[in-house]
Design a protein around this ligand. Sequence first.
Ligand code: PMV
Length: 315
Amino acid sequence: MPSRPTFMTKSSAPGKIILFGEHAVVYGRPALAVPVNQVQAEVEVFDSARPGIWIEAPAIDLHAELNTLPSDQPIAAVIHNFLFLARLSRFPDLEIKISSTIPVASGLGSGAAVTVSLTRALASHLNYPMTDEELNAFAYEIEKLHHGTPSGIDNTVVTYAKPVYFVKGQPLELFKVGKPFTIVIADTGISAPTKESVGDVRRLWIHDRSRWETVFDKIGEISFTARRAIEAGKPELLGELMDENHALLQKLTVSSPELDQLVEAARKAGALGAKLSGGGRGGNTIALVEPDAAETVASALKEAGAKNTIITQVL
Ligand code: PMV
């Protein structure tokens, strides 16, 4: 019989998109990422009368006690690492409920959002205060377990839930949005592991470093210019920068016919610019739109094959 929960702690974390700079960010160039609050991961932690740590994550059909899961299962890995970090004298008896509206493996940061919300909920429930900096470092270690050589941009934007100008290994730089702007996100419905596209880019780079360093430099300049435009309240300048960034991502071989089709459809429907966002090959595209064109562009994207669209304001 299920135990009756007594005390509960709740935490949530948003999804994210990369506006500019994916892939080049792995090679030290700047990238810009912003939270997407329309989609969230949410975690509830309850004291439990039944022994053990019981996890319920219906979206991935997970209903299990922690010790029955392989230790590298992503949720189990977060809990084990947290218990190790907090050096608890005895393991607590808990029920953990995890739900998320962030599409999985599509570049919207679902893994990082579950890690961050789960760690925050555990830290608060078990009285182990963590600063955002500590939480971010913890989440980065978890990202490394699953993604090989992540830049750390996902865990950073999800932890701080604010626009970030991210340079790998450098202190956090948040930036201000001078004038809000509207983005339409469109999902190809194709899940594509970031690890693979990152690995393919690495192979290209190993074979011809100077050629690809030049491409990374161009992408880095785009991120730099984009930040200035956003801060100066001139988001309309971002459209052309998105188009340029997408062309460079095509060169890097991380686009796909489906992504290109959505990018084209968005531009034809009146978007000011569009690009793939994240690891590429599948996942999402983003398009900059005037607010009153958002619905039209979203419908055009659906007609062009998008499985889902999200209209979000960057504030
Ligand atoms: O696919 P996403 O949204 O997790 O983004 C990956 C971004 C890359 O630059 C391709 C990789 C990284 O670790 O920064």
